[in-house]
Design a protein around this ligand. Structure first.
Ligand SMILES: [Zn+2]
Ligand SMILES: [Zn+2]
Length: 271
């Protein structure tokens, strides 16, 4: 019996003879079901299409993880390495043996987690390969599509590894989170944010969204909740859910971007 993978979002479902009737992630207003209808794929089908994982260095101690051709919405994973074990963040919906071997060379995984349900993808498979635990915010536990005994819930803030902290921010989803990595950006600190805080294509601005495909904005109180959650942390760099990155000055960029966004929400801009 195959593992069913939603072709649109890349989330995995339990092994069964037939695919589920629908994908709960894509049926939600924050994703979409294609006009042509729900489509399912399987690991074997993805293998057959010639997919492969790539792992590359982002900066000392941090590695990127991607899949070519993309699966789902083209999620880009990040692996944070520490002396006491590694964290896999926002894994794409597909993994192969070469990627597992490469991660083993990096020291394996202690934990796997994601910024929000659109990136839960292959969390369980990655965790199983290394006996790692899967961390899911209790607020979003209902969105887990592939239950697994390795799942542990958390809330608020969680010191996961030395200098690696999970921070629940809310916003896009109630459990939307970021990772604060103290050693990132050469010791100035970095946030890994997924869709919780989005990096814009020009890499000079940050933004927020409740539903990206349906262009529904994030209300002001939820933006203020994100700011309150990350302000206690030291950081200079932000890695979003895809390639664009705020390489430096991210703390100030976050404040000015949020202020601009809120002006629009209030009808106070453009002037
Ligand atoms: Zn889906
Ligand atoms: Zn999302």
């Amino acid at each position: 019996m195959p593992t069913w993978i939603c072709a649109t979002c890349g989330n995995h479902y339990p092994d069964s003879a037939d695919p589920p009737a629908s994908c709960v992630i894509c049926s939600d207003e924050r994703q979409w079901v294609p006009a042509s209808g729900q489509r399912w794929t399987t690991p074997a089908e993805l293998d057959g299409d010639g997919r492969h994982c790539d792992i590359w260095a982002e900066e000392p101690g941090l590695f990127g993880l991607g899949v070519t051709p993309v699966v789902g919405i083209g999620q880009r994973g990040l692996i944070v390495t520490t002396d006491e074990g590694n964290l896999l963040w926002d894994p794409p919906g597909y993994l192969d043996g070469d990627a597992v071997e490469r991660v083993r060379e990096l020291g394996g995984l202690r934990a796997v987690t994601a910024s929000h349900p659109h990136f839960y993808g292959a969390m369980a498979e990655w965790a199983r390969a290394f006996g790692a635990e899967v961390l899911v915010p209790v607020a979003d536990a209902g969105w887990v599509t592939r239950p697994d005994p390795a799942i542990r819930t958390w809330a608020g803030r969680l010191d996961l590894l030395p200098g690696v902290t999970l921070v629940q921010c809310g916003g896009h989803f109630p459990g939307s989170a970021v990772v604060h990595w103290a050693a990132g950006a050469g010791g100035a600190g970095a946030l890994l944010t997924g869709d919780t805080i989005m990096v814009t294509p020009g890499e000079d601005r940050l933004s927020f969204i409740w539903s990206a495909p349906n262009r529904l904005p994030l209300p002001e109180p939820l933006i203020r909740g994100i700011l309150d959650a990350v302000r206690p942390f030291r950081f200079d760099r932000i890695y979003g859910g895809w390639e664009p990155t705020i390489w430096s000055g991210a703390r100030q960029t976050l404040e000015t971007s949020a202020e601009r966004y809120i002006q629009f929400l209030r009808g106070e801009a453009p002037d």
